[in-house]
Ligand binder design. Structure first.
Ligand code: ADP
Ligand code: MG
Length: 678
């Protein structure tokens, strides 16, 4: 692709500022759209200027002086025949006293208000004019900018871009007409220079047809880019690993439960992908406890029965170890070797694991990010599985993939991605959803309890333990400081151990070494510990069916998906489970909203949808942000109809008019889409 021409006639310093706004080429300036507008097309008579809005007035200066009380202020009287007003400047240069001397004409733009001496404007924008200086013909755009880059400079550059750039429409009429969208040149000119009578409300809400057109264009570019990326990946080759129904069948026969219908369906989708000679990139979504692990195991076995190795990477040691235990339990009886790799592994064991992976003696490797470090060499990696994919950065995921020659990739997530997001930012991935929980789960009862009623909670915990149940006590999240969080966890542990002398209380947190962590988890699993005090290290994947009560302290500090994940640790057995969200008053408005959502909803997708509305897509994208063309103009929730229209249009254009697709991408992404890799 050819690089767009840079912005002409701009100093290095100004270009530095423009860089900060992502404006590198003249064409970028075109798409740098105003935040709002000022109406400087009409001069109001001073005597009749409306209050409460910014207005333009003009008059002759009849008096100028500097007052010293209460603050040093430059005060000018201005008059226009209809009335008089005062102009006040609190910070001014000596040169301004001269500039604003009596007899001169000045044009002011600002809000008129009642002052001590009648009407006044404080710190308006102003400019010296001659009689009959023309007023603006269009509304004045106010652009997003950065320190040191004035609106005037930006405006000048945008105007130059408008006249200097190619504004030819990238899209043919047969795409635009059915959607009632105006052409590109008109839309862009309108938004940068709306006529004086432009409907300001439609502009502000960004619902004006000109806005719609540009939003559509942006969404279309995103769809095209995602689709092309998808096609390119499908054009690459990877090992075909057809289902041979040997190991997979053996595992299914050994499981104490049948797969749910959703698990069967998804297993079939994965089996189909693996059989194709193209790299799979599938995102497997399933709410906490929906049974993703066994589905991953079946996919791994399909790779293994084709003579390949598989790897499963998890974001925490606790989770990786759980996977390891569960998977070795399933795979060892089939005569397979599963190895475990984590940072804290003793040297000798680590070497043995590395050797087994390199020699191909281990068919499955389970671990943390330690899996993709340099020393790790697979003999023949065919499938890379990444659990809780959103916890990993792009580079980590890429690194694991690079351990094989184009391995298939399965990403798993219990943080459901709302439909609008999977239609936009995730459109390049195939998605499978396990939308059913295994039978026999009892829904978790959620209770919101103010911190003043802590005693009741303590009584309830004691009661549950006496009935043979196990309990998680989750310590408050302290975002600013890990040390403080650790301290709180230790203190909570000590307090609870004193409160419940008759119970066995344990503690896990992120700073424990792997062995101690594993020991504590084991003790909890076997029932040796009844009350487990924990930080959010237990958030993902931990599976102890006998734990039926969870207390979360300072629940107001947690995010929605975190609360949902934590709550998913209980309700895994037959006993009625409960999750008590202890909160501290007063609650902020968003904290209140979050607690209400988690209280009212148990479905992860529903919670994620609310979360998206509360926080916007940025938080969901996490590591995905790099490489995916981010939307600056369109809003996937507000502009859902346009998103759907863009999706249809993209599908059609790619097949029928690849030249149009290319031209459109060129304008909107100028080559950026080449960098989409994950
Ligand atoms: P997640 O999707 O959260 O990773 P897991 O794979 O950890 O869920 O499964 C949660 C629990 O449900 C595990 O104990 C698992 O063995 C069990 N499980 C998985 N599938 C089924 C099923 N079809 N029927 C009964 N239990 C199942
Ligand atoms: Mg899991």
């Amino acid at each position: 692709m050819t690089a767009a021409p840079p912005i002409a006639g701009v100093s290095k310093a100004v270009q530095g500022k423009l860089d900060k706004l992502g404006l590198y080429a003249a064409a970028d300036l075109l798409l740098h759209l105003p935040l709002r507008y000022q109406d400087e097309t009409h001069i109001y008579p001073i005597g009749h200027a409306p209050l409460g809005q910014a207005v333009l007035v003009e008059g002759e200066i009849i008096d100028t002086n500097v007052q010293y009380r209460p603050r040093r202020t430059l005060v000018c009287r201005v008059e226009d025949g209809s009335g008089e007003m005062t102009l006040r400047l609190l910070n001014f240069y000596p040169s301004q006293i001269k500039q604003l001397s009596p007899g001169k004409r000045v044009r002011l733009f600002g809000e008129m208000r009642h002052g001590f001496l009648g009407m006044e404007m404080v710190h308006p924008q102003y400019r010296m004019v001659r009689e009959d200086d023309p007023v603006a013909e269009a509304l004045t755009p106010i652009y997003p900018t950065t320190a040191g880059l004035s609106q005037a400079v930006l405006r000048k550059l945008v105007l130059a871009a408008l006249s200097g750039c190619d504004l030819t429409d990238t899209l043919p009429d047969d795409v635009l007409q059915p959607l009632n969208l105006p052409n590109f040149a008109e839309s862009i000119a309108y938004l940068h220079q709306p006529p004086p009578d432009a409907p300001q409300a439609l502009l502000a809400e960004r619902t004006h047809p000109a806005w719609q057109r540009l939003k559509f264009d942006e969404l279309l570019a995103q769809q095209l880019s995602m689709s092309l990326h998808y096609q390119r990946r499908r054009a690459q080759s990877a090992a075909a690993m057809p289902a041979r129904h040997k190991l997979t069948k053996a595992l299914l026969e050994s499981l104490p439960f049948p797969l749910t219908r959703a698990q069967q369906r998804v297993t079939g989708e994965l089996a189909g992908d693996l059989a194709h000679p193209h790299p799979m990139q599938r995102l497997l979504q399933g709410d906490v406890g929906s049974g993703k692990t066994v589905v991953a195991a079946l996919a791994a076995l399909q790779a293994i029965e084709n003579g390949y190795q598989a790897a499963i990477m998890a974001p925490t040691e606790i989770l990786a170890e759980q996977h390891f235990l569960k998977l070795s339990g399933w795979l060892a009886p089939l005569g397979l070797r599963v190895v475990w790799l984590a940072a804290g592994l003793p040297k000798k064991e680590k070497l043995a694991a590395l050797e087994a992976i390199a020699a191909g003696a281990a068919q499955l490797a389970v671990g943390t990010h330690a899996l993709f470090q340099d020393q790790v060499e697979f003999k023949k990696l065919g499938l890379a599985i990444i659990d809780e994919q959103h916890r990993f950065g792009v580079h980590q995921r890429l690194a694991l993939r690079q351990k094989g020659a184009q391995p298939h990739q399965l990403m798993m997530s219990a943080t459901p991605i709302p439909r609008t997001l999977s239609m936009s930012y995730y459109a390049d991935l195939d998605v499978s959803v396990i939308d059913e929980l295994p039978p026999g789960r009892t829904p978790v009862v959620t209770k919101l309890v103010g911190d003043s009623r802590r005693d009741e909670v303590v009584a309830r915990v004691r009661d549950a333990c006496l009935k043979g149940r196990q309990i998680y006590w989750v310590c408050p999240l302290i975002e600013e400081s890990e040390t403080l969080q650790l301290k709180t966890a230790t203190e909570t542990y000590e307090t609870l151990a004193t409160t419940f002398p008759e119970l066995k209380v344990g503690l896990v947190h992120g700073r424990l070494n792997a062995r101690d962590k594993a020991a504590a988890m084991d003790a909890f699993k076997t029932g040796e510990i009844q009350l487990l005090v924990a930080t959010t290290v237990i958030e993902v994947g931990v599976d102890v069916p006998n734990a039926s009560l969870m207390v979360i302290e300072h629940a107001e500090r947690f995010g929605l998906s975190q609360l949902h994940q934590l709550r998913g640790r209980v309700g895994r057995g037959v006993a009625q489970s409960a999750c008590i969200l202890l909160y501290q008053t007063p609650l902020s408005e968003t904290a209140r909203a979050r607690l209400k959502i988690i209280y009212e909803n148990s479905d992860g997708f529903e919670i994620a949808r609310h979360d998206l509305l509360l926080r916007g897509p940025g938080e969901f994208l996490g590591a995905r942000q790099s490489g995916v063309p981010l939307l600056k103009i369109a809003d996937i929730e507000q502009d859902f109809d346009l998103l759907e229209a863009a999706r249809h249009a993209a599908e059609k254009l790619i097949v029928e008019r690849p030249d149009v697709a290319e031209r459109h991408l060129q304008r909107w992404l100028a080559g950026a889409e080449q960098y989409l890799k994950v």
